[in-house]
Unconditional design. Structure first.
Length: 691
């Protein structure tokens, strides 16, 4: 009998070991199955080492316990009516019952060696909660101390004391296990939150890097900004995202996601975005209901982050994120700040590129302007070139050039483009108009609300209110005029445009100065320096052109041409008696008289030392003699004050001749006039004789 039992025990143990090996992977997956196997092993080993009368039963119960736990672990999951069987409390109670039965079957009297197996069950029950501990404690106490009713009183008392001690130890172990498990669960929760936050932060960093790549590849154009909105909306999960860009002092929506109606334009007076515009500081609202500035454009929004896009203190725009489900937190704020930094950098770089391109275009325009105004020094071509050149460089509706009339010293509007044509030739008084103020102050004058004096008068007699800018033409500290530009729009002139106009004014002043210099040189080459009349060289050239024009015309269309030769009487003796300075005074005086009595179409020149000539077109010989005699008579009445204060007078003789339509040559006309002049001198001087 004993050998049979031993054989059965060994066979059952070997079978349990093989099953344990085969189900090892499953044991690792279920802690209660692992507990059942752990409880079965010492029970089986105790009977293998020292078999008892109930060894076979204990080994069978061990196998049954493991098999039951395996079935409950694998079959009871997901089956509603078996859920209560597969619950941790029930399975722990089964494990406790197995230990209680095994302890009773293997113990002798008060000796219960397997009772120590209650402790790991109670400890594991503590990991599952309070209810499993109570159930396991009750079952353990019942299975351990229940047989005490069949034991004598002394033994029962001892057994009960041991049971209570065992239960107390188990409870202490369960409490410690529960605290440990709770701590581990809290740590696990924190770890999960940390991992989730890390994954979220990784997504945010990846999205920020993607924003940077998009902006670096394409710049802040419309398509790139739409991609940025997609990254914030889809990858980071923000339900409402918008981007506003600066436009003339206000913010206009450039790109958006999550908003059904178009977003409004913000002028900085209301709303969270308005506050960001005014303060240039980011706003983070975990709860929008706590902020009075919040404007509910879309209902059910709970959080908002609004960050300004700044570059060198200038507001370039605003990126705004709102959430209607999950509250935004500090990590969202950090991400949006990074996105805003990249957007601001891209916008600032694009602005600098535009400014650089504008400056390059500006330099090209200035080069073209310089080339156009230096192409000619003729005022009739120079002044319009300045007008059109200014309009080419600066966007403006009207340009006017004011220039000095050097003989009189007055300033007049010499050229106008795009304005009132009747203003051409108008005198400009110092300080009275934009040009007059620039001339008087010798500095650039700007007025963004000026009733333009260059625009036409409307039906009510009023002029347009304009933005006007006038810059003086200064060269070598001499004011030669002014350039005035006018805009009929409400867009004021920028600082760059003011600087550009000053550069244009400097170039124009140099060109006008060169034109004046050319006029001076030209006048010096064709005028007599003493009398201011044309000299002999200019007379000959002018006569050549006049004769060529007469020859090209038909005989019937040729007009008359007459000549007067003047010679101051006895001028050599006058110089000898009164000095050359007085002689120069007499020559200048006679030159002025000729200019006063001549017409604009007449040619007046100094012919020789004291000889003068006047060519008259379309005048008869009779008219010519009359003019010559009037000049002679007026000259005879002119007096000069000599060195000693006595009055001095001089006379003049004149000879007149005519070149009619059928006249021979100019030389013949000059010869005839010279002969008449000689006759006047022989006749006693102070005479006019016609050939």
């Amino acid at each position: 009998m004993t050998s049979t039992v031993m054989h059965t025990v060994r066979a059952t143990g070997a079978s349990l070991l093989r099953r344990g090996i085969r189900s090892g992977s499953r044991v690792r997956l279920d802690p209660l199955l692992l507990l059942a196997a752990s409880l079965a092993v010492p029970a089986v080993l105790s009977q293998l080492i020292q078999p008892g009368p109930w060894a076979g039963v204990v080994i069978g119960l061990a196998g049954l316990s493991v098999a039951t736990q395996a079935i409950l672990a694998r079959v009871a999951r997901g089956v509603d009516w078996l859920t209560w069987l597969g619950g941790a409390t029930f399975r722990l109670a089964l494990a406790t019952a197995f230990v209680g039965v095994a302890s009773q079957l293997t113990g002798e009297g008060l000796f219960r060696p397997l009772a120590a197996l209650y402790l790991p069950i109670v400890a594991l029950a503590g990991a599952y909660g309070f209810r499993p501990v109570v159930v396991v404690g009750v079952v353990a106490l019942a299975t351990y101390a229940g047989p005490a009713i069949f034991i004598p009183a002394a033994g029962a008392t001892t057994l009960a004391q041991r049971g209570l001690t065992l239960v107390a130890a188990g409870l202490i172990l369960a409490v410690g296990a529960r605290q440990t498990v709770a701590s581990l669960e809290a740590t696990l929760v924190r770890l999960r939150d940390t991992l989730a936050e890390g994954r979220r932060r990784t997504r945010q960093v990846a999205a920020v890097e993607a924003v940077g790549r998009v902006l670096a590849a394409h710049g802040p154009d419309a398509a790139a900004l739409d991609q940025v909105m997609d990254l914030l909306h889809h990858r980071l999960g923000y339900s409402h995202v918008s981007l506003f860009l600066e436009a003339g002092g206000s913010l206009e929506a450039s790109a958006q996601r999550g908003y059904a109606p178009p977003l409004p334009t913000f002028d900085g007076r209301v709303g969270v975005i308005g506050r960001v515009m005014r303060t240039h500081e980011a706003v983070f609202l975990p709860d929008v209901r706590a902020d009075a500035d919040f404007l509910a454009i879309t209902p059910d929004l709970i959080s908002e982050i609004c960050v300004p896009l700044l570059a060198a203190g200038d507001l370039l725009g605003v990126v705004n994120v709102e959430s209607g489900s999950v509250p935004l937190d500090e990590t969202d704020l950090a991400s949006i700040l990074l996105v805003a930094d990249r957007l601001a950098s891209a916008l600032a770089l694009a602005r600098e590129r535009r400014l650089l391109a504008d400056r390059a275009d500006l330099f090209l325009s200035l080069t073209r302007f310089g080339a156009s105004i230096n192409a000619s020094l003729d005022p009739d071509r120079l002044y319009p070139a300045i007008m059109h050149g200014v309009q080419d460089v600066l966007r403006t509706e009207c340009v006017a050039l004011t220039s000095v009339d050097r003989p009189t010293g007055l300033f007049r509007i010499e050229s106008i483009a795009g304005g009132d044509p009747s203003a051409l030739g108008r005198a400009v008084e110092s300080g009275s108009t934009m040009a007059g103020r620039a001339i008087e102050e010798r500095a650039t004058v700007v007025d963004d609300a000026y009733p333009c004096d260059l625009s036409p008068v409307d039906a009510d007699g009023r002029r347009s209110i304009t933005s006007s800018l006038s810059v003086p033409l200064l060269h070598d500290d001499v004011v030669m005029g002014a350039i005035t530009i006018v805009r009929t729009t409400d867009q004021p002139f920028s600082q760059t445009e003011r600087e550009v106009l000053e550069v244009l004014g400097s170039q124009a002043a140099l060109a006008v100065s060169n034109a004046f210099l050319l006029q001076d040189v030209t006048e010096a080459s064709i005028r007599d320096s003493l009398t201011g009349l044309h000299n002999r060289r200019h007379l000959d050239a002018s006569l050549g052109r006049m004769v060529a024009a007469r020859q090209r015309a038909g005989v019937a269309s040729r007009g008359r041409m007459t000549i007067i030769l003047f010679d101051l009487d006895q001028f050599g003796a006058f110089n000898k008696n009164h000095g050359h300075q007085m002689g120069d005074t007499v020559l200048r005086g006679f030159g002025r008289l000729l200019l006063e009595r001549s017409r604009a179409s007449d040619m007046v020149a100094r012919y020789g030392g004291e000889e003068f000539v006047m060519i008259l077109e379309n005048a008869t010989l009779t008219d010519t003699v009359r003019v010559a005699d009037e000049i002679r008579a007026s000259w005879s009445r002119t007096t000069f004050q000599g060195r000693d204060g006595q009055p001095l007078q001089a006379t003049v003789s004149a000879g007149c001749a005519e070149l009619g339509p059928n006249g021979s040559t100019v030389d013949a006309m000059f010869a005839a006039a010279d002969a008449a002049l000689s006759a006047a001198k022989r006749g006693g001087r102070n005479l006019v004789i016609a050939a």
